[in-house]
Every structure is written in C-alpha cells, then in structure tokens.
Design a protein around this ligand. Structure first.
Ligand SMILES: [Zn+2]
Length: 412
C-alpha cells in the first residue's frame, strides 16, 4: 500500500482575482515550495538581530544528524524541534555575540563550529520584534552530528531526544511531511548540504568559513591555525575576496522536466528507466546545460532520450528539490506534426518511452500513483499504467495535460 500523499502547498493569494490567473489559470505550487517563513535575507549579516532571535524564548531549532531531520513520527510525517536551552551546550552561549567582521578576523580553521542556518521568521506566530517591521517566531536549522569538540554534548542531546520518542529520519529522501514543514525542511537541508560540501574555497583551495547565517561561505584572509604550524597566518590573495563571486553563495542547479503532448493533443509521451517498478512511467527530465534556454533544453532532452521533435514549449510551474540542490523547471511541450516517432538509440538513458492516451493517463492518476518504493493503491489492476505521486512535479505536469492545459479548456 502507498503511504498517504501529503497535500500540496497553497499558491499565494489563491482567491484574489488577477488578470494573470484569468489568462494563464491558477498558479500551481509544488511540494517543497510554499514556506510559511519570511526569510528576511537582508538581516542575515546582522548579528545583533541573529543574537536576539537565537535567544528569544520563541526561537525554534530544526535539528539534523548527517542531513537526517529530527522527526516526531517514525513515518516521517512531522518534524520535531528543539529549544535554545537544549542546543546551547552545542552552539555555546551565543555564536552571534561577535560581529561577522570580527569573526572573520578570528578565523581558525582547526576550530569546529557546528553549522547553524537562520531559516526565517514565522510571522503567523508571536515572537521577536526587530526594528518595528520584522516580527515572528525565529527558525534555525542546526547540525548536531556528533563530531570534533561537540561530540559529547551532541551525543547527550541525541540520547535525551530519543528518550522522548523522537528520532532522526532514515532514508535519503523525505516526502511525507505536511507541505509547509516540507518547505522549511527543504531550505534547511539544501543549505546544510551545501555548507558541508564546501569546506574549501573553489578558487584557492584554502578552508572557508560560514557567514551570513549559513547562506555564504567566505575565504578569510587570515587563518590562526597557520600560526600553530609556525606559518604566517596571512593567506595568499584569493579572487573571491574582491567583487561578487558565485563561488561564495549556495548554488541551485536547474533541471528541466516536461510533459510531452502529441501534435493532435490526444496523447502524452512518458518514459521509464530500469530502476522503475513494472508499468511505472514518468515524464522525461534532464539537466539544463550551460548557455541553453529552458525551451532549448526541453527540446534537446526529449529528442536525445526519445527521438521526438518538439515545437512550442511553455513553462508550467517549478519545484525546489533539495536532493541535493535542484530547481525542477516544469514544462509542457508539444510534438511537431510528423515528429512523433519514438526511438531510443541516441541515448541509453531510458528503457522505454511511449505514447499513452489521455484516458489511460486519467485512469492511472486515479488509481496508480505512488512513491517509487511503494505499491499502488487498492483499485489498481496489474498491468495498468503507474505514475509518480503528487509530491512530484511530474504528477502535476501530467495532471495539467489530463485536465485540459493544452486544449485551452483547463479545468481550473
Ligand atoms: Zn579562496
């Protein structure tokens, strides 16, 4: 049996009439978007703010051990949070007590600092009030993996949490959280993963340091650890210290994912790879390449994987995907007349790709959707088409076509 599929996030202001909605239909918000937090990104370098937020009684901490989030239920359907007093033995009294500028001057690459991320303010809740305008409950993410100087404190905290029935979610992906928590988790996981992967400067190779509450890594000009080795603490010049460098900021890698419609609008092209369970198909997808438009990437990927030639391509909706750092750009493309012959010879990526009628697809959306590792629903009959769950943008793209997106009569 498949696990229950969480509801999708509400798009912003769904009930307010807009000329755009009248023309293009309602916005589709995909799973992992729709965070309730205001990120107030401009406050990230402001340590007076971060310090007050961290120590405010409403502050809440989402904990991770090796990128696995702390959860309440063993099925991974709800996150658990910790308080400042619980995490204080790990982070110390206040990691933001000193200004960012001074912390950079004191940088010591041998000193372990558990990664902390400021995620944003939940403005629906009572919490901090800063400079009149910025209000709400502060959310932080914290890596509590037992290591280096925090091993003992982290092990103790984990034991306490586990004693209360909480656990760290197992498995690489978490697709069971309620929509708003999923978005908070996605932000936290994406940034913790990026920080963990970038301990060294991509420009000069020296250790980097987390700043801007986890949203930037800087290459400090001095490293006090070098003094211990009787070296000059000054490091060689690095290009990331002058001007803006994209080596210093978290990356988001664009991928394209597309529902492909036949020239007459009556069929949809789906593909499967060897890893999929029997009868399970999905939309085609691939990485956007450098110096390529989204529309071109969609046409190229579809031709490379299936031999089908696309004409017009439109963007439907997008989905953040924190495994590890993707943005899925969901598109719908239509084959050109005479360009619908499928052949899989260009690229060995797919085991099969074929056209399905919209009726077959509507039936599969009704009875045959599930996560990859799960069985289909009770009404599914062996041999019928199976499709991804609604937490996947593929499902939203397929549903949009099944509901008339292309024929100009969308059931909104
Ligand atoms: Zn550097």
């Amino acid at each position: 049996m498949p696990l229950p599929q969480p509801d999708l996030p509400e798009p912003a202001h769904p009930n307010i009439d807009s000329m755009l909605s009248r023309k293009f239909g309602k916005e589709v918000a995909n799973y992992f978007s729709g965070s309730p937090l205001n990120r107030v990104s401009f406050l990230r370098p402001d340590h007076a703010f971060l310090s007050a937020a961290l120590k405010h009684p409403s502050a809440t901490f989402l904990l991770f051990r090796n990128l696995e989030p702390l959860i309440k239920n063993p099925d991974g359907s709800a996150l658990a949070y910790a308080t400042y007093s619980e995490v204080q033995p790990i982070i110390g009294e206040d990691p933001f007590a000193t200004s960012e500028e001074d912390l950079i001057k004191e940088f010591n690459s041998q000193k372990y600092i558990p990664q902390i991320i400021f995620l944003g303010l939940d403005e629906r809740k009572e919490g901090i009030v800063y400079k009149e305008h910025y209000k709400g409950q502060p959310y932080f993410a914290l890596d509590v993996t037992p290591k280096a100087s925090v091993t003992e404190a982290a092990e103790k905290l984990i034991k306490d949490l586990e004693g209360r029935g909480l656990s760290f979610s197992k498995g690489r992906m978490n697709l069971s959280l309620q929509a708003q928590e999923a978005a908070i988790y996605a932000e936290a996981r994406h940034l913790l993963d990026w920080n963990a992967r970038n301990p060294y400067c991509a420009q000069c190779g020296y250790p980097t340091m987390s700043v801007n509450a986890g949203f930037k890594r800087t290459c400090p000009p001095k490293d006090l650890a070098r003094e211990l080795k009787k070296k000059n603490p000054e490091r060689p010049p690095c290009a990331t210290r002058t001007g803006i460098s994209n080596l210093s900021f978290p990356r988001t890698d664009p991928t394209v994912i597309m529902a492909v419609v036949s020239a007459d609008g009556q069929k949809m092209l789906l593909g499967r790879n060897k890893r999929f369970p029997p009868y399970w198909y999905s939309t085609l997808a691939g990485f956007l390449e450098p110096a390529e438009s989204v529309e071109e990437a969609v046409r190229r990927e579809v031709w490379e994987e299936s031999g089908v030639h696309l004409g017009r391509v439109v963007i439907h909706s997008t989905q953040p995907w924190p495994y590890p750092a993707n943005l899925m750009i969901g598109a719908i493309g239509q084959a050109i007349p005479g360009g619908e012959d499928v052949h899989l010879d260009h690229d060995a990526e797919l085991e099969d790709a074929k056209w399905f009628t919209l009726d077959e697809i509507r039936e599969a959306l009704r009875v045959g959707t599930s996560g990859l590792g799960e069985g289909p629903g009770p009404e599914y009959k062996e041999g019928g088409l199976r499709l991804p769950p609604k937490t996947a943008i593929a499902n939203q793209l397929i549903s949009a076509v099944a509901n008339g997106f292309v024929t100009g009569n969308p059931s909104l």
